[in-house]
Write a protein that binds this ligand. Structure first.
Ligand code: S3P
Length: 170
């Protein structure tokens, strides 16, 4: 069975939607950030602070490779997991990539109380989110097999769109 990778900006709802999908479809759920934290025995913020972003990206790439070598999972990816081309190639070989999108304003509303995202700490405002999102847009769009806008939608609508796009032919 193929994997399904949910990609998109921090706070777009990848983890929440992946959890519902996995439960409904009785598939394995892999939350990449949580897996990395559990394996490293420290938070993402501490990994960034102690070892730097490049080290985190290496852990991320190694995990993508492992997930791709198996199958059948619903994978909630970290927001930067598609920034390395080799990660995207790995994902494509083993499954389908769904890009969940949202406006910078929606993202800000969802993340502004959180301090667990090192890239946004000290940059927690709509302008910064908008800029980073623009810089990443091409990577997200190039990786995506399917793009789903999440603004103003119920979780159930988003889940149904994913099921229609990914599982109707299985
Ligand atoms: C990151 C997103 C985070 C986490 C890390 C880096 C990014 O995951 O992997 O803080 O570069 O966009 P979420 O998208 O789950 O917040």
């Amino acid at each position: 069975m193929r994997n399904v990778f949910l990609i998109g900006f921090m706070g777009v709802g990848k983890s929440t939607i992946a959890k519902i999908l996995a439960r409904e479809l009785q598939r394995e759920l892999i939350e990449m950030d949580e897996t990395i934290e559990a394996e490293a025995g420290m938070s993402i913020s501490d990994i960034f602070a102690q070892f730097g972003e490049a080290h985190f990206r290496d852990l991320e790439s190694a995990l993508v490779e492992r997930i791709a070598s198996r199958g059948g999972a619903i994978v909630s990816c970290g927001g930067g997991a598609v920034l390395r081309r080799e990660n995207v190639e790995c994902m494509k070989k083993s499954g389908k990539i769904i890009f969940l999108s949202a406006t910078p304003e929606t993202i800000y509303e969802r993340v502004h109380h959180s301090t667990k995202r090192p890239l946004l700490n000290g940059n927690m405002n709509v302008e910064y989110i908008k800029g980073l999102m623009e810089r990443r847009r091409e990577s997200y769009e190039a990786a995506a097999d399917v793009v789903i806008s999440t603004d103003g939608k119920w979780k159930s609508q988003i889940v149904n769109e994913i099921v229609d796009n990914c599982f109707s032919e299985e």
